[in-house]
Design a protein around this ligand. Structure first.
Ligand code: ZN
Ligand code: ZN
Length: 313
């Protein structure tokens, strides 16, 4: 049985440049609804032991990690509890960093790849030359929710372009990139589908991210799934073989009453926009993958309510 849990996977504390202590970060984000939290301080792992201990006390699934931050860009090493020396990695060989993260059983998350860099925020933009996208596990397609700073609209297109180039394994997550700025509780959330009866929940979360069983939503959960003719259910990350399937999008009753949802379906070859959405759509044919986006009122980027990870053929 899959449960969809609210996750925030990119958070800083006083162990790097965050303003909250480990406990304050966990308290604030869990009060905002998070059930899964990662600690990803810049080039620092000293916060991990107190973080994991406090998460356990609070019943939160804690994910160890750190953000390997060099002059050429930032990579989240999710699941990595060892310090990796950021000074070692060269602009033409980020693959060395990806390999080192994998050697520590971590996942490589490309953090805010299009953010403005020098001279405004040196090192925050992505300058590394990537030669092998197969070594990246996921993109942060919505970082901080701040359009102007992180150019999330461009990042989503960048991610879709890489899916179309055949890198179907690339997951997508949101990231508060929490530094204790005001937290409103209406930011993007990555909902991760895990089996909560598993004994090692941290590992179950890591596996679900790798599997791409994730839906990013603005605050409230919107379930996006596919049923085949036998009522077997498919979630993002799953491979669908039948051509005669129905896509379901379960909007919160608030959305149904007040907003007119617009659905965008991206696959290998096209982008379909559906204006007359009634709760389910017949999907006859899609090529290679299907990413489902839900907007309210119009397709302005600021009206994005949810985006799925890819269903696959
Ligand atoms: Zn960063
Ligand atoms: Zn960060």
């Amino acid at each position: 049985m899959i449960s969809w849990l609210n996750a925030q996977l990119h958070n800083h504390t006083t162990h790097s440049d965050g303003k909250d202590t480990v406990q304050q970060m966990v308290d604030k984000l869990s009060a905002g609804g998070a059930r899964i939290l990662a600690i990803t301080d810049h080039n620092a792992v000293s916060g991990i032991p107190p973080f994991l201990k406090y998460c356990k006390e609070k019943g939160i699934i804690g994910i160890r990690g750190n953000e390997i931050s060099s002059y050429y860009g930032h990579v989240v090493g999710l699941g990595v509890e060892d310090y990796l020396d950021w000074r070692y990695y060269q602009i033409d060989n980020p693959e060395q960093l990806f390999d080192d993260i994998h050697a520590k059983h971590g996942l490589c998350g490309l953090a805010h790849p299009i953010r403005i860099g020098y001279p405004l925020v040196p090192s925050c933009s992505w300058l590394y030359n990537i030669h092998d996208y197969s070594k990246i596990d996921y993109f942060e397609i919505l970082n901080t929710g701040d359009w102007a700073r992180s150019r999330n609209d461009i990042v989503i297109e960048y991610w879709l372009k890489k899916l179309r180039a055949g890198f179907l394994h690339l997951g997508a997550v949101s990231a508060l990139d929490y530094h204790a700025r005001p937290f409103h509780g209406h930011e993007y959330v990555t909902y991760i589908g895990i089996d909560t009866s598993e004994t090692n929940l941290e590992q179950a979360v890591m596996s679900a991210i790798k599997y791409q069983r994730m839906i990013i939503c603005k605050d409230k959960f919107i379930n996006i799934y596919v049923l085949d003719k036998n009522n077997s259910i498919y979630y993002p990350g799953d491979t669908i073989n039948d051509n005669n399937m129905e896509l379901y999008i379960e909007l919160d009753s608030d959305y149904k009453l007040h907003e007119k949802p617009i659905i965008i379906l991206d696959d290998q070859n096209k982008k379909d926009i559906i204006y007359d959405f009634s709760g389910k759509i017949k999907i006859k044919e899609f090529s290679k993958f299907l990413v489902v986006s839900v907007y309210k009122n119009n397709t302005d980027f600021s009206n994005l309510l949810a985006i799925s990870n890819p269903f696959k053929k």
